[in-house]
Write a protein that binds this ligand. Structure first.
Ligand code: FAD
Ligand code: SF4
Ligand code: SF4
Length: 480
C-alpha cells in the first residue's frame, strides 16, 4: 500500500482544470472539467490511509473514502464505483456540490500543511466514469413485494428513499407538484454548479427501475393525504422548505425586488427550454442591471453568479456579518469574486428607495458585537453610517422556513416543532401519524443535498422495518 499511497509530500493538491473566469461568465456550463484517469489516480494516491479517517467521520454518509481513494489510485475504478455507490445514491452530485471545505476535505488530516485530498473531485470522477462505462444499471430487486410506498417530493431525500426501497422490492410512487423531477437540484441549484442532465439521468434510472412518478400533482390539493395513506402501506413526506424569509424594511414591496428562489427557478427553467414570463419581460433577468443580492448563504452565492452570467452591469452582495462568519461555502465566494462579484461585508439594507421601481438600497454599516446565546457575534448597526447603493434588481436571499404543512396537507394531527419543521421520532423517523415518515429539509430545516440523501436512506430502512413488522403481524393473525 505504502508504495502507491501516501504521496501527499511529493504531489501537490490539484483540482480538475477550472475554466477561466472571463470564459465562464459567458455561459452556464459547469466550471470544472473532469480529471483525466491518470490525474485522478495521482490525486487519490495523496491519501495517507488514516487509521481513523476524519474525512469519513465528517461525511454525512460516512462514505468509505480511504478505500475508494485507494482503489482509484490502483486503477480499479469499477470496484471504487461499487464501494462509493454502496453508501451514496448520488455520488457524482455530492462530488460536485457538497461544501467539501466544511465536510470531508475540511477534516482531511493532511489539510494542515499539505492541502486536503481532493475527495469530492475524485468521487465525481469515479461515478461519471461509471456512467460513461455503463456500470450504473437500473435496479432489479431479487424479489418483488406487494406493499407500496408513496413519497411526497422528488428532491434528493425522496429520490434516495425511493431507490433504497426499490432495492428491497417495494412498489414506489413519487408525487411532486413540480413538472420535473429533482426538487431544488433541478430548479434551485444553477446549471454551472450542477448540470441538469446529471439530475435527469438519475430520473431515467429510477424510471427504468420501475419507480412511478406523478408530476404536477400537489398533495393536499390534487390528491388528499387521506387518499394517499389509503393507497400506500407507508407514506414519506420529503417536501423541503420553501417559504422565503422576508426583509422588514420600508420599500420592500417595490417592483424590481424579488425572492431569490423565484429568480433562480426562472433562470433554471429558461435554461431547460421553458418559456418563462419573468425572463421574457425582463423582470427576473439581470442583463444590463445593477444587481444587489441580500444574504450570505448558498442561495445568495447562486444568485450573484447567475446575475453575472446574465450580463448584469454590476453585482453586489450585501451581508451583515463578515467573510469568516458567512454560512455559504468559502469556495463559492472565491468563484464569485473571480467572476467579478463585489462583496459588501458588514452591511445591511435599511430601506429600499425608488418611485415606481427600486433604484437604490439604503444600507447601514454593521459592527459585530458580543456573542449571543447561539455563540455568534450579534450584528449591531453603526449610527450615521448610511450609504445609498444603486440597484435595478434586488434579490432577497435570507433563507427559507417550512410552510404550514398540517394546514397544506389538511392533517391537523401532523406534529410540528416550534420552527415549523416536522416533528419526528428520530429512531423510527415516523411523524405523529402512524405509517407516515419524513426526511430531508422538512425535518432539518434548509440543509444540504448530502443530508437529504442520508435522511432518505435512513427513512427507507425505517419504512422497511415498519412494513415488515406489519406483514409479520398480519401473517401471525392469519395463522391463528
Ligand atoms: P427539495 O429538494 O426541496 O425537494 C422537495 C420536493 O417536494 C420539491 O420537488 C417540491 O416540489 C415537492 N413538494 C413540496 N410540497 C409538495 C406537495 N404538497 N405535493 C407534492 N410535492 C411537493 N445543497 C448542497 O448540498 N449544495 C449546494 O450547493 C446547494 N445549493 C443550493 C442552492 C439553492 C438556491 C438552494 C435553495 C438550496 C441549495 N442547497 C444546496 C440545499 C439543497 O438543495 C437542499 O438541502 C435539498 O435539495 C433538500 O432536499 P429535499 O429532498 O429535502 O427537498
Ligand atoms: Fe465529501 Fe460530500 Fe462526498 Fe461525503 S458525500 S465524501 S461530504 S463530497
Ligand atoms: Fe485520506 Fe485525508 Fe481521509 Fe486521511 S483524512 S483517509 S488522508 S482523505
Amino acid at each position: 500500500m505504502a508504495e502507491r499511497m501516501l504521496k501527499f509530500v511529493g504531489t501537490s493538491q490539484a483540482m480538475p482544470d477550472k475554466r477561466p473566469a472571463a470564459e465562464r461568465r459567458r455561459d452556464f456550463d459547469e466550471i470544472y472539467s473532469n480529471y483525466a484517469r491518470e490525474k485522478a489516480a495521482e490525486q487519490a494516491a495523496r491519501c495517507s490511509q488514516c487509521g481513523v479517517p476524519f474525512c469519513q467521520i465528517h461525511c454525512p454518509l460516512q462514505n468509505n473514502i480511504p478505500d475508494w481513494l485507494k482503489l482509484t489510485a490502483e486503477g480499479r475504478l469499477e470496484e471504487a464505483y461499487e464501494l462509493s455507490a454502496a453508501t451514496n445514491n448520488f455520488p457524482e452530485i455530492c462530488g460536485r456540490i457538497c461544501p467539501q471545505d466544511r465536510l470531508c476535505e475540511g477534516n482531511c488530516v493532511i489539510e494542515k500543511g499539505f492541502d486536503a485530498v481532493t475527495i469530492g473531485s475524485v468521487e465525481k470522477f469515479i461515478t461519471d466514469t461509471a456512467w460513461s462505462q455503463g456500470w450504473v444499471k437500473p435496479i432489479r430487486p431479487r424479489r418483488e413485494r406487494t406493499e407500496s410506498v408513496g413519497i411526497i417530493g422528488a428532491g434528493p431525500a425522496g429520490l434516495a428513499a425511493a431507490e433504497q426501497l426499490r432495492r428491497k422490492g417495494y412498489q414506489v410512487a413519487i408525487y411532486d407538484r413540480y413538472d420535473r423531477v429533482g426538487g431544488l437540484m433541478i430548479y434551485g441549484i444553477p446549471n454551472f454548479k450542477l448540470e441538469k442532465d446529471i439530475v435527469q439521468r438519475r430520473e431515467k434510472l429510477l424510471r427504468d427501475s420501475k419507480v412511478t412518478f406523478h408530476l404536477d400533482c400537489e398533495i393536499g390539493r390534487d390528491v388528499s393525504m387521506k387518499e394517499l395513506r389509503r393507497r400506500h402501506g407507508a407514506v414519506l413526506i420529503a417536501t423541503g422548505v420553501y417559504k422565503a424569509r422576508d426583509i422588514a424594511a420600508p420599500g420592500v414591496g417595490l417592483p424590481g425586488i424579488a425572492a431569490a428562489l423565484d429568480y433562480l427557478t426562472a433562470s433554471n427553467r429558461s435554461g431547460l427550454g421553458d418559456s418563462v414570463p419573468g425572463i421574457e419581460s425582463g423582470a427576473l433577468h439581470a442583463e444590463g442591471k445593477n444587481v444587489v443580492v441580500v444574504g450570505g448563504g448558498d442561495t445568495a452565492m447562486d444568485c450573484v453568479r447567475t446575475a453575472v452570467r446574465q450580463g448584469a452591469k454590476s453585482v453586489k452582495c450585501l451581508y451583515r456579518r463578515d467573510r469568516a462568519n458567512m454560512p455559504g461555502s468559502q469556495r463559492e465566494v472565491k468563484h464569485a469574486e473571480e467572476e467579478g462579484v463585489e462583496f459588501v461585508w458588514l452591511s445591511a439594507p435599511q430601506a429600499f428607495l425608488g418611485k415606481d421601481h427600486v433604484s437604490h438600497v439604503r444600507t447601514v454599516r454593521i459592527h459585530l458585537g458580543m456573542p449571543d446565546a447561539s455563540g455568534r457575534q450579534a450584528p449591531q448597526e453603526i449610527p450615521n453610517s448610511h450609504t445609498n447603493v444603486e440597484a435595478d434588481l434586488v434579490l432577497k436571499a435570507l433563507g427559507f422556513d417550512p410552510e404550514d404543512l398540517p394546514e397544506a396537507l389538511a392533517t391537523p394531527d401532523l406534529g410540528v416543532t416550534r420552527w415549523g419543521t416536522l416533528d419526528i421520532d428520530w429512531r423510527s423517523m415516523m411523524t405523529s401519524l402512524d405509517g407516515v415518515f419524513a426526511a430531508g429539509d422538512i425535518v432539518r430545516g434548509a440543509s444540504l443535498v448530502v443530508w437529504a440523501v442520508r435522511d432518505g436512506r435512513d427513512a427507507a430502512e425505517r419504512i422497511h422495518t415498519y412494513l415488515a413488522g406489519k406483514a409479520m403481524a398480519a401473517a401471525r393473525i392469519a395463522a391463528e
